[in-house]
Design a protein around this ligand. Structure first.
Ligand code: DGL
Length: 297
């Protein structure tokens, strides 16, 4: 069976929410790059984020990937066109899949988007949602990323912070807004807390789930069949070295399609140990095959 080789790029650990969602649906060889030395991207300029993202793209392309997923909302919002221009493989970002899913779910055609400062300032979600005929109300929630990384996903402080942010967001949005778009890699871990705070009629759309769905759909279209039976990518497959398995006898996804052929490699620009610790929190299990890389700059 020839599996696609999928590169996943994020500023750090948050993109593991996207990797997890994809791995649950799509058997593939996954190459995850987390730019942990240079995070957060959410406070940086578009020029800087684009430069970092293009460096990561080059690195992942050198791993012979067939498809690149920009899991980072900030990198997608600020630099997707430049990344696409620089890349030699198809590139999927998280903004359009999230907007498309919000458009499917919203009956009131009005949604609230929460994200990093940089994503909100770019208005990438607002523009994408407008193309789908939805009104968007964007709210930057910069404290949520560090709280999630601290492991405080079910903590009273985080709940209080989220209440304040959502209260402010809802005050600026019309009362009929019926979807909350989680436009940051870290926020899916806060979904239970956010559900407790939101009015019952509001639904949550998360860009990890919607991107996984979009990638699966894209692979299906390319191959004319299911990705698990796909030969979309296989021209060079035979000559490639197999990647290490995530953790012997303990593959990442539980349930979903058979996982024995999926492999995972992780590359990070800062401490391997710290990444492993945080990754266990994001994925709910250990990862072993993590390598440090130095991209300079
Ligand atoms: N990955 C970023 C995002 O989804 C959040 C973390 C950061 O600011 O680097 O926007």
């Amino acid at each position: 069976m020839m599996l696609p080789r999928i590169g996943v790029f994020d500023s750090g650990v948050g993109g593991l929410t996207v990797l997890k969602a994809m791995a649950e649906q799509i058997p593939a060889h996954y190459f995850y790059f987390g730019d942990t030395a240079r995070l957060p991207y959410g406070t940086k300029s578009a020029e800087t984020v684009a430069r970092y993202a293009i460096g990561a793209t080059r690195f992942l392309e050198a791993q012979n990937i067939d498809l690149l997923v920009i899991a980072c909302n900030t990198a997608t919002a600020l630099a997707l066109p430049l990344i696409k221009e620089a890349a030699h493989v198809p590139v999927v970002g998280v903004v359009e899949p999230g907007a498309a899913m919000a458009a499917e779910v919203s009956t009131q055609r009005a949604v609230i988007v929460i994200a990093t400062e940089a994503t909100v300032s770019s208005h990438a979600y607002r523009d994408a949602l407008q193309r789908h005929g939805l009104e968007a109300y964007e709210k930057a929630c910069p404290l949520l990323v560090p709280l999630v990384e601290e492991g405080w996903t079910e903590h009273p402080v985080t709940e209080q912070v989220a209440r304040i942010y959502l209260g402010e967001a809802m005050a600026q949005a019309p009362g009929h807004a019926d979807v909350l778009v989680l436009a940051c890699t870290h926020y899916p871990l806060l979904a239970p807390t956010l559900h407790r705070i939101l009015p019952v009629q509001m639904q949550i759309v998360d860009s990890a789930e919607s991107t996984a769905r979009a990638v699966r759909q894209m692979l299906r279209e390319k191959s004319g069949c299911h990705p698990e039976r796909s030969e979309v990518t296989s021209a060079t497959e035979r000559s490639r070295k197999p990647a290490l398995s995530l953790s012997k006898g303990n593959p990442l996804p539980e349930g979903g399609p058979p996982s024995e052929h999926r492999t995972f490699r992780f590359y990070v620009t800062d401490s391997v140990d710290k990444f492993k610790r945080l990754a266990a929190r994001f994925l709910g299990r250990q990862v072993d095959n993590v390598e440090h890389v130095d991209l300079g700059g």
